[in-house]
Ligand binder design. Structure first.
Ligand code: F0G
Length: 458
C-alpha cells in the first residue's frame, strides 16, 4: 500500500485555543462594529484572518534567536541574513525593514512621484496605498481570466502582456517601475508562471521600466512553477527561486509570510543606484542599514526561516493543507477561486450570498456569518478592501468579492480544516435566508478595510 502524505515536521510546543457560544459571538461582533479586525484574538476559535506573521517557527529558528547579535552597526545577524538572501535570490544589496509595507515605504519614497503610473498584477492594498498616498496611480494589469473564479488555469496570477504594453506605451517616461506580485494575493494566492515573469520583465525592460517583485509568497510561487510548469519538475525550489529573481530588478519582501517569521521584511537588488536611493529613506524611517526595522535576533531567525522554507518538503506540507481544505469545499459544493492558491482559500461570496446586493458587501457579510457560526475569523478581500476610487470617491465594485480563509504556516492541523469546512457548509446551507448585508457607518479615507465600521441591515 502506498503511504499517505504527512507533514514534514512534528510538534514540540502547543498553544491552547478556546471555543465560544453563538450568543457570546453575537455580542462581540456587534462591539467590533461587524469588522473582524476589531475582535480580540481570545474571541476567535480558529484564526484564518491572515497567514502573515502567524506561523510557527521551528526549533532551529528559536535557537537562532538566542544567537542574535544586537549590535547597532555591523551586526553579525545582518550579515547572516544578507548572505542567505544573496544565496537564494542572487541580490547582493539588502536593506532590512520591519515588515513588507515598510520596504514599500522606503523604496516608494525614493521612486514614486505624483501623477506617475505603476502597473502591477493586482497590487496588494498596502502597495496600492503607498502609491495612491503619493498621488500616483496603481493600474491593475492581471489577466482577465483571474476574475472568473470557476475557471481552472494553472497560472491565474499572470500579467496580461497586452494590458501592460498599452500602459507602457501610453505613459512613456511616466512609469517609474512595475510591481510583479508572486503569488498574486489579491486574486486568490494565484501563481505567476516563469514564462510570464520572463516575458513581463522583457516587455518592461524594452520600455526602460524596471520590475520590482513583491515577493511575500515567492516560495509558494516557486512550488507551483515546479509542479505545474513544463521543464521545472526536476529543479529544486531554491533553483526556481533564483531563476525567478534573475529576471526582476529588485524585490520587496514581507518576511512574515514565506520567511516563516512573525515580523520582518527587506528590500534586495543588484542595482546600486536604487540601493543608494533607498538607503537615504531607510535610516530616518526604519533604522541604521544593518538592522533596518529588525532586532538582531529576528534577522537571525529569518535567515534560518528563508533557508528552511525554500526546501521542497516544507512548502509542500503547506500547500497540501490548503488543498485538503479545498477538497472538503468541493465535497460540499462551495464555490471558491479555482484552482486553490498557495496561502488561502478565497470563497466567492457573490456566488454564495446571491441575495445580498453588492452595495451591502456580500463578502464582508459572509465573513461575519462564518464568525457567528463557529468563531472562525476570515477576512474580506473584496469591495471593502478595494476602497473608493481616489478621484470619483465611488466604491469600486469592479473586482472580485471574496472571503479569504488564510491558512497559517505550521499552525493548525487538518482537524481544524474539517471544522472550518463544516462551519462554512452550515452557512452555505442557509444562504438563501441571508438577504441583507451591511452598511458602512464609518470609514477611513485610505485603507478603510482595517478600521471600517458597519451596521447589520435587517
Ligand atoms: N505584499 C503582499 C502581496 C502582501 O500580501 C502583504 C501583506 C504585503 C505586501 C505587506 O506586507 O504585512 O509585512 O507589511 N499581506 C498580509 C495579508 C497583511 O494578510 O495578506 P506586511
Amino acid at each position: 500500500m502506498e503511504l499517505p502524505f504527512a507533514e514534514a515536521w512534528k510538534i514540540k510546543m502547543v498553544e491552547p485555543i478556546k471555543k465560544s457560544t453563538r450568543e457570546e459571538r453575537e455580542k462581540w461582533l456587534e462591539e467590533a462594529h461587524n469588522n473582524v479586525f476589531m475582535l480580540e484574538s481570545d474571541k476567535v476559535y480558529i484564526d484564518c484572518l491572515t497567514d502573515s506573521g502567524t506561523g510557527a517557527m521551528s526549533d532551529r529558528q528559536w535557537s537562532a534567536l538566542m544567537m542574535g547579535d544586537e549590535s547597532y552597526a555591523g551586526a553579525r545577524s545582518f550579515y547572516e541574513l544578507k548572505n542567505t538572501i544573496t544565496k537564494i535570490t542572487g541580490f547582493k544589496y539588502v536593506i532590512p525593514t520591519h515588515q513588507g509595507r515598510a520596504a514599500e515605504n522606503v523604496m516608494f519614497s525614493y521612486l514614486v512621484k505624483p501623477g506617475q503610473i505603476i502597473p502591477g498584477n493586482a497590487h496588494f492594498d498596502t502597495t496600492k496605498g503607498h502609491i495612491e498616498s503619493r498621488k500616483a496611480f496603481a493600474i491593475d494589469v492581471t489577466i482577465d481570466e483571474a476574475k472568473n473564479t470557476q475557471l481552472e488555469i494553472p497560472f491565474k496570477g499572470n500579467v496580461s502582456l497586452e494590458k501592460l504594453e498599452k500602459i507602457l506605451q501610453e505613459n512613456k517616461g511616466n512609469v517609474p517601475f512595475m510591481v510583479l506580485t508572486c503569488t498574486n494575493n489579491t486574486v486568490g494566492g494565484q501563481p505567476v508562471s516563469m514564462k510570464n515573469i520572463r516575458e513581463t520583465c522583457e516587455l518592461c525592460h524594452k520600455y526602460g521600466v524596471p520590475v520590482n517583485m513583491d515577493s511575500a509568497r515567492f516560495v509558494e510561487n516557486a512550488y507551483f512553477i515546479k509542479t505545474r510548469e513544463e521543464g521545472y519538475a526536476d529543479k529544486t525550489i531554491k533553483e526556481i527561486c533564483k531563476e525567478m529573481f534573475s529576471h526582476v530588478d529588485s524585490m520587496t519582501m514581507s518576511a512574515k509570510k514565506d520567511g516563516l517569521v512573525n515580523m520582518g521584511g527587506f528590500i534586495a537588488t543588484n542595482n546600486e543606484q536604487l540601493y543608494e536611493g533607498c538607503k537615504q529613506f531607510c535610516i530616518p524611517f526604519e533604522g541604521f542599514l544593518t538592522y533596518g526595522g529588525m532586532n538582531g535576533r529576528d534577522m537571525a531567525a529569518l535567515a534560518v526561516g528563508l533557508d528552511e522554507n525554500t526546501e521542497f518538503d516544507m512548502v509542500e506540507t503547506r500547500i497540501k493543507q490548503v488543498e485538503y481544505l479545498a477538497k472538503k469545499l468541493d465535497e460540499y459544493g462551495i464555490p471558491y477561486q479555482r484552482p486553490v492558491g498557495g496561502h488561502a482559500l478565497f470563497v466567492d461570496a457573490d456566488k454564495v450570498l446571491c441575495n445580498v446586493p453588492k452595495e451591502e458587501f456580500p463578502a464582508q457579510t459572509l465573513t461575519c456569518e462564518l464568525y457567528l457560526e463557529a468563531g472562525i475569523r476570515g477576512c474580506e478581500i473584496g469591495y471593502v478592501l478595494a476602497d473608493r476610487d481616489p478621484v470619483t470617491r465611488q466604491n469600486r465594485f469592479g473586482g472580485l468579492d471574496l472571503l479569504r480563509l488564510c491558512i497559517c504556516r505550521r499552525t493548525y492541523t487538518n482537524n481544524h480544516m474539517d471544522v472550518i469546512a463544516a462551519a462554512l457548509k452550515n452557512v452555505y446551507d442557509r444562504r438563501e435566508t441571508i438577504t441583507r448585508g451591511l452598511e458602512i457607518t464609518w470609514e477611513a479615507d485610505l485603507m478603510r478595510h482595517f478600521t471600517c465600521q458597519f451596521r447589520r441591515l435587517k
